[in-house]
Design a protein around this ligand. Structure first.
Ligand SMILES: NC(=O)c1ccc[n+]([C@@H]2O[C@H](COP(=O)([O-])OP(=O)(O)OC[C@H]3O[C@@H](n4cnc5c(N)ncnc54)[C@H](OP(=O)(O)O)[C@@H]3O)[C@@H](O)[C@H]2O)c1
Length: 360
């Protein structure tokens, strides 16, 4: 007789594990992971989630929770949103912690694609643990989309963000561009910044707009997490630039080469990069087929002329234009945010050669 919880109990536990995982930080080098430990009768023994690089992984947090509550974890089922890690990174391997705790069954949503962190399920199977993969895999993958993408494509997930008029302009003929969108849309853009690892602009935009590139709260203060501020281009910035004020670290990359930008950021374990412009940088990323998602804040304004959202990137006839698939539309005051990806659930095609494999 198999002493494991029933399928509906497992499914509910995985949903709970996903909810716990979502409490972890969306930025940072590590994936968001949640874990629920179930007794053979389906009762919960312990729960945990990963709070970010250098802190205990979800499985260890759940084991600690169970033991703190005085529960015996021998014979338990571990329900985890990601395959337990198999290596000693910033913390020890979760496979070892689960074996030591007497866990006999593992249910995980998705495999770990990491070259050294992956393979935990096989290790557990080799120790006689019953392993089942794939429960709520789609939701689990979406939760760790940027991290998973970085480990499989050896570059960050790239979001191209624009704030445009209804006729696709990002600045008027005289260069004025503040503000095309309203307060609510700009506040939302700041919440995205506060969840991301890095934002990039050209030297052209840095010189024209003197942006601070910080993540701000609706009250105007600095958000708890500040993304790395990346400036791409050869020209120097003035010492008094707002970019040199409080905020995230500033990284000036004196290049026009998209692959170089991606390589440097991947080596710094940036999982999600938001390209905020200007037109030359968006075009360079599009030409390199390195844009995974579009965030277009569209304001009900028409300019007739002025800078387009992106510079030419090689499209001369309509049939050659990449088609994007809208995944979300949200309204912010008078403006609308359109979120789109290349194909349902799919990233762009740009995959880098593996140089280093930064993993949790
Ligand atoms: N509404 C929006 O969403 C939004 C967003 C961003 C910017 N803007 C507006 O855009 C305007 C700035 O436009 P801009 O004409 O200065 O254009 P830009 O595209 O911001 O900057 C062009 C400069 O970027 C550098 N660069 C970096 N990577 C490059 C690459 N791969 N290819 C070519 N150049 C590269 C070059 O400068 P170096 O010579 O230094 O290398 C180039 O001269 C401002 O008015 C700003 O307000 C609007």
């Amino acid at each position: 007789m198999d002493h494991t919880p029933q399928a509906p109990t497992i499914d509910a536990a995985m949903q709970r594990a996903l909810d716990l995982a979502a409490r972890g930080p969306a930025h940072g080098p590590n994936p968001r992971v949640g874990c629920v430990l179930l007794a053979p009768d389906g009762t919960t023994l312990g729960e945990g989630w990963h709070r970010g690089a250098g802190t205990p992984h979800a499985e260890v947090a759940a084991l600690t929770d169970a033991h703190t509550r005085g529960h015996d974890t021998r014979g338990a089922t571990a329900v985890v949103t990601l395959e337990p890690c198999n290596h000693t990174g910033r913390t020890g391997p979760c496979t070892r912690a689960l074996l030591d705790a007497g866990i006999t069954h593992l249910v995980h949503a998705i495999d770990d694609p990491g070259a050294t962190s992956g393979g935990g399920a096989a290790t557990l199977r080799a120790h006689g643990i019953h392993v089942q993969a794939g429960t709520r895999a789609t939701e689990a993958l979406e939760l760790v989309r940027h991290w998973h993408h970085a480990l499989t494509h050896h570059r960050p997930w790239v979001t191209l963000k624009t704030a445009i008029t209804l006729d696709g302009r990002i600045a008027a003929p005289d260069g004025t561009s503040r503000w095309i969108t309203g307060t609510e849309a700009r506040t939302h853009a700041h919440t995205v910044r506060a969840r991301t690892d890095a934002i990039a602009v050209t030297t052209g935009t840095a010189l024209a707009d003197d942006p601070a590139l910080t993540a701000r709260t609706p009250a105007g203060g600095l958000a708890g997490h500040q993304p790395l501020r990346v400036v791409v281009g050869h020209r120097d910035l003035p010492a008094g630039a707002r970019l040199n004020g409080p905020g995230g670290e500033v990284l000036h990359l004196r290049t026009h080469d998209v692959d170089e930008v991606l390589r440097v950021l991947h080596e710094r374990e940036v999982r999600h990069l938001v390209v905020e412009g200007g037109p030359a940088l968006g075009a360079a990323f599009l030409a390199a087929d390195a844009v995974d998602e579009l965030h277009a804040y569209v304001a009900p304004v028409l300019l007739g002329e002025g800078l387009g959202a992106v510079a030419p990137f090689g499209v001369t006839t309509l049939a050659d234009a990449p088609r994007w698939h809208t995944t979300a539309v949200e309204r912010f005051g008078a403006d609308v945010l359109v979120v789109a990806r290349r194909a349902p659930g799919e990233p762009a095609r740009r995959t880098m050669t593996r140089t280093t494999t930064p993993e949790a």
